[in-house]
Design a protein around this ligand. Structure first.
Ligand SMILES: Cc1cc2nc3c(=O)[nH]c(=O)nc-3n(C[C@H](O)[C@H](O)[C@H](O)COP(=O)(O)OP(=O)(O)OC[C@H]3O[C@@H](n4cnc5c(N)ncnc54)[C@H](O)[C@@H]3O)c2cc1C
Length: 444
């Protein structure tokens, strides 16, 4: 493992691992060769995609790294169906769609576009639009997996194992490629950003919007929340971020924002939803005159980049802190709860440590990120994460929703998961990877 590969020892959680060697296979046969070699030499394998994960899942333990970035081909079956190799990232996939399948889109939209298809499937990743479009597994018809016995299986939705590969975090086998199904692009996409002074109004607004049932072709596909601290943090870094520096600052007197995206086949159908959103916004003290409404592709992209900057800026701060206090790494919540949004937001309003809160508000799935400034605050943040996770567990929430467990959330996952859930994972691991070759330190 030469020095020049040191960037592969870490993911975006900033956890740093160790490895003896790394490979970048270009074909199924080369992957098989690597796995065979590692098996014969009792070497464990850490599988990597884009290393954009934030729970240390692709951070190596030791031994070998199998990186998928050279498995980057896309094969078109027809306008709506593609076979995508695991190392293709979302940026490249979207560029390909722009060129080759202009009228179609892939509704799976984690905001980090360097994430690979293999990484998205293995991490159980989702994006803002999953509020309407649902889980990635709905748009993936088959996954081809290489197991540690060197068998290569194409799993379709009928196979019991198909759903288990989602969120398997590299533990069950190497995802070689996926057959994905595209959707027809909506004719009209609009985005509206509402501003709020306090969290109570944000909650009132979100709870009301969640109840909306539309009878036309128009639908609300996502609701993304950013709190004041998140917006302030982005403002601090904005001038150096080319993709968002042109976006205006939020209107004076307002602290928080909610971005809503609407998709529709018929433009007039949007009117009913917009009228409804305006009424609910006014009821919750948002000034609709200053709401931002956009429908041009470039403006929609800008808003998405702004939302993405929330997570990016957290990572920049953590990286900076890590150069001063090496033990520090990313600490964030990935909890979702059907109910109790307002109570959750109150509990997430931590007073004595710098935090930022953003996320998918209509799914009650908010990411609270801690930005500790010293070791004491770092330890305190870990304790708070534990307490908030227990609270969520007792309320019937999910501790892990889209980022995975990896190595960093193992302890809390094991404390909060049902025993049967852990037993199930152990059994599948034992059945599929008896010698514990693949990603041996993830999840369990
Ligand atoms: C700024 C930022 C924003 C983000 N936004 C989102 C978001 O909106 N939604 C979201 O869900 N996540 C988000 N993430 C987290 C991350 O981007 C996702 O988890 C992503 O899917 C990881 O993909 P990757 O290719 O980088 O995987 P990696 O980080 O390389 O690996 C992640 C896990 O997948 C396994 N894996 C990777 N490839 C394979 C394969 N071919 N076969 C088997 N296992 C494999 C690895 O072993 C590891 O356990 C964000 C991260 C950042 C840094």
């Amino acid at each position: 493992m030469e020095e020049k590969y040191s960037e592969y020892l870490s993911d975006e959680s900033k956890l740093i691992g160790k490895a003896e060697s790394i490979s970048f296979p270009k074909s199924k046969d080369e992957v098989l060769e690597v796995i065979k070699y590692c098996k014969n030499n009792s070497l464990s394998i850490t599988i990597q995609g884009g290393n954009s994960g934030i729970v240390g899942g692709s951070v190596p333990n030791n031994n070998h790294i199998l990186n998928s970035l050279n498995l980057n081909k896309i094969y078109k079956i027809d306008d709506e169906t593609l076979i995508v190799q695991c190392g293709v990232n979302l940026n490249d996939l979207n560029n390909y769609l722009e060129r080759e399948c202009k009228n179609f889109f892939f509704p799976v939209d984690p905001t980090e576009k360097t994430a690979t298809i293999g990484g998205v499937i293995a991490s159980g990743s989702k994006g803002p639009n999953s509020y309407y479009y649902g889980d990635p597994s709905l748009y993936i018809e088959e996954v081809t997996v290489i197991f540690s016995d060197l068998s290569v299986k194409v799993l379709s939705k009928e196979d019991e194992l198909f759903s288990k590969i989602f969120s398997s975090e590299g533990m069950y086998g190497f995802i070689l490629e996926a057959k994905i199904k595209l959707l027809k692009k909506p004719n009209h996409i609009w985005g509206i950003t509402f501003f709020f002074e306090n969290l109570q109004d944000v909650c009132g607004f979100a709870e009301e919007v969640k109840k909306y049932k539309c009878n036309t072709t128009a639908k609300i596909v996502c609701g993304e929340f950013m709190d004041k601290n998140t917006i302030d943090l982005i403002e601090e870094f904005k001038k150096n971020m080319s993709k968002i520096k042109a976006i205006s600052s939020i209107p004076l007197g307002y602290n928080h924002l909610v971005y809503i995206e609407l998709h529709s086949e018929i433009e007039e159908d949007l009117e009913e939803i917009i009228e409804f959103l305006m009424d609910v916004a006014i009821d919750n003290n948002s000034d609709v005159e200053i709401a931002w409404a956009v429908s041009e592709d470039r403006d929609l992209e800008n808003i998405k980049n702004y939302r993405h900057a929330s997570a990016e800026c957290v990572n920049i701060v953590i990286d900076k802190m890590k150069s001063i206090i090496p033990d520090i790494r990313k600490i964030g919540l990935d909890i979702s709860m059907e109910k109790n949004l307002c109570e959750t937001m109150k509990r997430y309003s931590v007073k004595d440590i710098h935090t930022v809160m953003f996320g998918h508000i209509f799914s009650s799935h908010l990411h609270l990120n801690f930005l500790p400034e010293n070791t004491e605050e770092f330890q305190k943040s870990l304790e708070l994460v534990k307490n908030l996770s227990f609270y969520a567990k007792n309320q019937g929430g999910n501790i892990v929703t889209e980022h995975g467990v990896g190595k960093l959330k193992k302890e809390i996952f094991q404390l909060c998961a049902r025993e049967s859930e852990i037993e199930d994972i152990k059994k599948i691991k034992q059945d599929l990877d008896r010698e514990n070759i693949f990603d041996p330190n993830n999840i369990i």
